[in-house]
Design a protein around this ligand. Structure first.
Ligand SMILES: *Cc1c(COP(=O)(O)O)cnc(C)c1O
Length: 384
């Protein structure tokens, strides 16, 4: 398994190490959308809050070329892109993305969670995809610029937020295979409701023993669309069997738990300790994963990052020593896992209901994100 220096933990600036949003605002100058959503459309979007279906009035963008570096920083009307059919991203998938949320606090202010981490991760992903890095402050400035233009789109209903999607794509019209010479960075945003509108619902997970999302030396540690493309067919097959998500195993031995298509996984043992697969180079380092590890260690819990063998885990679930399992990521925050199954086996985790550790972690993390509890790790950054 790879042990290259790529496996160093991502560490971007914490919130107070970044300039305040007000100081970053000039970096992506605004040309206001002359036709923003009318009241009725806006109301409908904010009442529905369906994930990733409606978008705000503006988007942020910048262009990169080898000669000019990053230029053309701007905030403008959300609109379809004009792209050559020969644009490299459409053929060779040279792209990376990020996902974070803007949360409205009780006093009306708007905050995001660990943007410095996401900035550092975007750049780590960009390096793997031979894309240019974006200065971390410009990443944060791009979020602040979008929020300055579109703050009315941050919902205030409990559990809702504005999902922010920064991404970088190769736009050069060239079918040769090499890193593209023209790149576009954009940020779009979509108002979203709570992931579990009816309360915490445990999901069932299909463990894929025939498909993998990433291999040693591949792109597993990068947040890039290709990894998601690889997960779609197994995801579809699992859905046909009645499972909500797929958990992938390592591609080398096909025995160790890695992660879901877009979420990291944790196991809670009966001694109160927790385990999560170690970052081997084929797992995406989640910001939620890292925050959960810190919160658990603050609370004095033992958290181990280690190889988790599926066979051992199945035996431990059967023996009743595994008390809880959950998945985590920005979109859902924490998803309890109630059932785990594969080609010739099926296991209910404990009694299949959300456990105490899972439930209290969810409360703790979302309380910090929504400003209902102190933020001892300097995670929250004010955007507007
Ligand atoms: C984005 C993502 C995660 C979760 O990362 P967060 O920073 O917690 O949102 C986990 N796995 C994969 C493959 C991802 O793309």
């Amino acid at each position: 398994m790879s042990t290259s220096s790529d496996l160093e933990l991502l560490s971007g600036p914490t919130a107070s190490e970044l300039p305040p949003a007000g100081e970053l605002l000039g970096r992506f100058p605004l040309t206001a959308n002359p036709e923003p959503a009318d009241d009725e459309t806006f109301r409908r979007c904010m009442d529905t809050l369906a994930f990733g279906t409606s978008f705000t009035d503006h988007m942020v963008r910048a262009t990169w070329t080898p000669a000019e570096g990053w230029h053309g920083h701007r905030t403008e009307a959300f609109a379809p892109l004009t792209l050559s059919p020969a644009a490299a991203v459409l053929h060779y998938a040279q792209e990376v993305f990020e996902g974070l949320k803007a949360y409205r606090h009780a006093d009306g202010s708007v905050w995001t969670f660990r943007p410095g981490f996401n900035a550092a991760r975007l750049n780590a992903s960009a390096r793997r995809l031979a894309l240019p890095e974006l200065p971390e402050q410009d990443f944060v400035a791009s979020l602040a610029a979008l929020l300055a233009a579109d703050s009315r789109w941050v919902p205030s209903r409990p559990g809702s937020s504005l999902y922010l999607r920064p991404f970088m794509i190769a736009t050069e019209a060239f079918l040769g295979v090499r890193p593209a010479h023209e790149i576009e960075y954009l940020v779009i945003a979509s108002p979203v409701g709570p992931y579990f509108p009816h309360g915490f619902e445990p999901v069932s997970i299909w463990v894929s023993e025939s498909f993998h999302r990433a291999g040693a030396g591949g792109m597993g540690a990068a947040k890039t669309g290709g990894n998601y493309a690889a997960s779609l067919l197994p995801q579809q097959e699992a859905a046909e069997k009645g499972f909500a998500q797929v958990c992938f195993l390592d591609a080398t031995t096909n025995t160790a738990l890695e992660e879901l298509g877009g979420m990291n996984v944790f196991v809670v043992d009966d001694d109160g300790g927790l385990r999560t697969p170690s970052l081997t180079g084929t797992i995406l380092e989640g910001g939620t994963r890292g925050a959960i590890i810190e919160l658990l260690r603050d609370a004095g819990r033992d958290v181990r990052e280690e190889v988790i063998q599926l066979e051992d885990l199945r035996a431990q679930i059967r023996a009743g020593t595994v008390k809880e399992m959950f998945a985590c990521g920005t979109a859902a925050v924490i998803t309890p896992i109630g059932r785990l199954a594969g080609a010739d086996w099926d296991a209910i985790v404990d009694d299949g209901t959300p456990g105490e550790v899972t439930t209290s972690l969810y409360g703790e993390l979302t309380d910090i994100q929504y400003g209902r509890r102190p933020d001892p790790h300097d995670w929250m950054y004010r955007l507007a």
